[in-house]
Design a protein around this ligand. Structure first.
Ligand code: FE2
Length: 381
């Protein structure tokens, strides 16, 4: 067997009412906490926030709630939230919400830990800490996901928007949450497109994480178990009639694929999806998902990918691609030009070269251009 690294650092409490039933785990962390969360739109109650507030109150923890987390959070958002604390120094930080809220919780913890200095130097000092998967932050982060997709509750990355470069980038330090409370109830009031984008994001994490050159027996085992969960809920997700048990599967699928792809990484579809999010405002999961089916169909050696799509409940890569296309088509309405596709292909070949090197089959510029063209056919004007 080839050598590999397997690393997980988050204790996950999975299940309905997981905060209520496991809140004692927060006791040793201290008496002061900060909750960062997003303002929920309309009259949708932030059930997870209510559960966490109740838990902290019953534990006599003094806490503040910061609910100004922005979507695609810019670095300046972290600084602003820190200023809102006005000298309140927490023992730990709780992120409640989707990927943005969890990433902001990580970034805020790191920012406070490192003395709240110049934020760009602090988050993005030159030179990456490659292969250092240890937390470098003494302020623990607790994650309570209310969406199922990014897997941020079990991953070490925090993606922030850099206003100085007009791009998104992961902060340089790895920061894994200490505890994640994963409660499927929080998904049940999600709008359909959020369920779609999350499920496809997590699916892409699993597929790409298993095909990456650093994939190993551990992450593939976890991913395959998660693919079986995907098979359980895929039809109901498409039809919009999920049962309680299927919400449980959707929720577990997401964090399991998060654990999996942290052992290797994402590859081609994630790299190809970034321009769609950046320039066409397509949600991250759908942006990657648009390429997922054609990417698998294009494998010259289908034996590499057949076991994956079969574990997800499909006969072959064509059936898989049809399913994913149905989900993305109903939620994505954009227009792209061939000039844009040519430009994105060049950008991919230049900036995302490492993704090509991590892919099991060699792909040329022509292959990437073709993947863009075929996957985006419906949207080309
Ligand atoms: Fe993703």
């Amino acid at each position: 067997m080839k050598p590999f690294r397997y690393n997980t650092q988050t204790c996950v409490y999975f299940g309905r009412n997981s905060i209520r039933d496991n809140k004692e785990q927060l006791k040793p962390l201290g008496g002061k906490a900060v909750i960062v969360t997003t303002k929920f739109v309309g009259n949708v109650p932030n059930l997870a926030l209510m559960d966490m507030e109740e838990a902290l109150e019953s534990l006599n923890v003094e806490y503040r709630v910061l609910d100004n987390v922005m979507t695609d959070p810019p670095v300046e958002n972290i600084v602003k939230l820190f200023e809102e604390l006005d000298g309140f120094w927490p023992d730990y930080i709780v992120g409640v919400g989707g990927g943005a809220a969890l990433d902001v919780a990580k970034a805020l913890a790191q920012f406070i830990n490192d003395g709240a200095g110049e934020p760009y130097n602090l988050f993005f000092w030159p030179g990456k800490l490659l292969n250092n998967y240890c937390n470098m932050c003494d302020i623990p982060v607790i994650a309570v996901p209310t969406t199922a997709g990014t897997g941020s509750e079990v991953t070490g990355g925090a993606v922030l928007t850099r206003s100085d470069k007009d791009t998104k980038e992961s902060m340089n330090m790895w920061l894994y949450p200490k505890i994640a409370f994963v409660d499927p109830r929080y998904l049940e009031s999600s709008p359909q497109f959020l369920l779609d984008t999350g499920a496809i994001d997590a699916l892409a994490h699993g597929i790409e994480g298993c095909l990456h050159k650093d994939a190993n027996i551990m992450n593939r085992s976890i991913s395959f178990a998660a693919f079986n969960l995907f098979a359980n809920f895929k039809d109901a997700l498409l039809e919009g009639n999920m049962t309680e048990e299927q919400f449980d599967d959707l929720s577990a699928h997401s964090f399991m694929q998060g654990v999996s792809f942290m052992q290797s990484c994402t590859t081609i579809p994630h790299g190809m999806g970034y321009p769609l999010s950046q320039h066409k405002n397509v949600p991250h999961g759908l942006a990657c998902g648009i390429f997922l089916g054609e990417y698998l169909k294009a494998f010259k050696d289908q034996t590499l990918v057949l076991p994956l799509v079969k574990a997800c409940g499909f006969e072959d890569t064509s059936e898989f691609a049809d399913y994913v296309r149905k989900l993305t088509n109903r939620d994505v309405d954009i227009e792209v030009s061939m000039e844009e596709i040519e430009y994105w292909t060049d950008q991919f070949m230049e900036i995302q070269k490492w993704r090509l090197e991590a892919n099991p089959e060699k792909l040329s510029r022509e292959d990437i251009l073709n993947l863009y063209r075929v996957s985006l056919q419906k949207y080309i004007r």
